[in-house]
Design a binder for this molecule. Structure first.
Ligand code: HEC
Ligand code: HEC
Length: 238
């Protein structure tokens, strides 16, 4: 190899590596807000991080791979424990772990510090870090499932939201035009007829005083299933 070729390889290698490195750095900063949820970084989270440093929690614990491996990984601890368990462990580790072999020392963390710590760990847990650490993935999934279900109204809420102005269900709704528990016993409509009835009561039962309900077919079907399930429940109880 001549000196000229060696130089050419050197410059080509150095420049192409530098370009790739700079591009990756640029790309990282572009993507960062999305993965790191920088919009959720509030004062409480910052205060919690300072508590983490003040007590040297990462002597024993790890966040995002950084810290000691003596104690459990804290990256997804929020999903594993939840806010109140974090606060009680951090304030009273000697009680939480009185029967275990591994020990966490009592560090004198105050209530305010523990609350901020929980906010910090919540933010850390929300970082999209491609399922690290893998052993906590099941807790993350379970937490997300609980959140999704908590936000989804169940069919009872949908039915009473749409029909509760005139019908009741036990203590819910208004007792103007009959309780769904009784109505579901009385009617013998199948699902399709019930959906049709909701949209146009008079076309199913002439002369009935219920006005047509202006709701989507999907909502009407959910409500029809709900009414029929009340009937089924009563039949089982008999
Ligand atoms: C000297 C080491 C050490 C230090 C420092 C330490 N911990 Fe711990 N921590 C532990 C050990 C060990 C456990 C687990 C005990 C067990 O499982 O028996 C633990 C458990 C926990 C848990 C419960 C984890 C789980 O999954 O059940 C939380 C939360 C926690 N520590 C938070 C903190 C915080 C916050 C700090 C800093 C204020 C801190 N720890 C400082 C050793 C430590
Ligand atoms: C504006 C008041 C009003 C609203 C809102 C209303 N209903 Fe009715 N509904 C009535 C009246 C009035 C009757 C007739 C009661 C009777 O004859 O005893 C009735 C009767 C019924 C019956 C019994 C039908 C039968 O053949 O006996 C069903 C089923 C029913 N409603 C379902 C619904 C559903 C489902 C909704 C919501 C999508 C709803 N209603 C909303 C007023 C209303």
């Amino acid at each position: 190899m001549t000196g000229k070729t060696a130089k050419a390889i050197f410059w080509l290698g150095t420049l192409s590596s530098a370009i790739i490195f700079l591009w990756l750095t640029y790309d990282f900063h572009q993507q960062e807000p999305k993965f790191v949820k920088t919009d959720k970084l509030n004062e409480q989270v910052v205060a919690g991080k300072k508590v983490w440093h003040k007590h040297n929690c990462n002597d024993c614990h790890t966040i995002l791979g950084f810290g000691g491996y003596y104690a459990p990984d804290m990256t997804k601890a929020y999903y594993r424990l939840g806010e109140s368990a974090i606060i009680s462990v951090v304030m009273n580790p000697e009680q939480a772990y009185k029967d275990t072999f591994r020990k966490m020392p009592h560090l004198g963390v105050t209530k305010d510090e523990a609350v901020n710590m929980a906010a910090f760990l919540k933010w850390v847990a929300s970082i999209d870090n491609r399922t690290w650490p893998p052993q906590d993935e099941k807790f993350v999934k379970a937490f997300q499932l609980r959140e999704a279900n908590a936000q989804k109204p169940d069919s009872k809420d949908i039915a009473m939201g749409a029909c509760g102005g005139c019908h009741s269900l036990g203590d819910l709704g208004n007792k103007l035009s009959g309780d769904f528990n009784d109505i579901s016993q009385r009617i013998s409509y199948d699902r399709d007829t019930l959906v049709k009835f909701i949209h146009a009561p008079q076309s199913v039962r002439q002369g009935i005083a219920m006005p047509p309900q202006n709701i989507s077919s999907e909502t009407a079907a959910i409500i029809a299933d709900f009414l029929l399930s009340l009937k089924a429940e009563k039949e089982v109880q008999k």
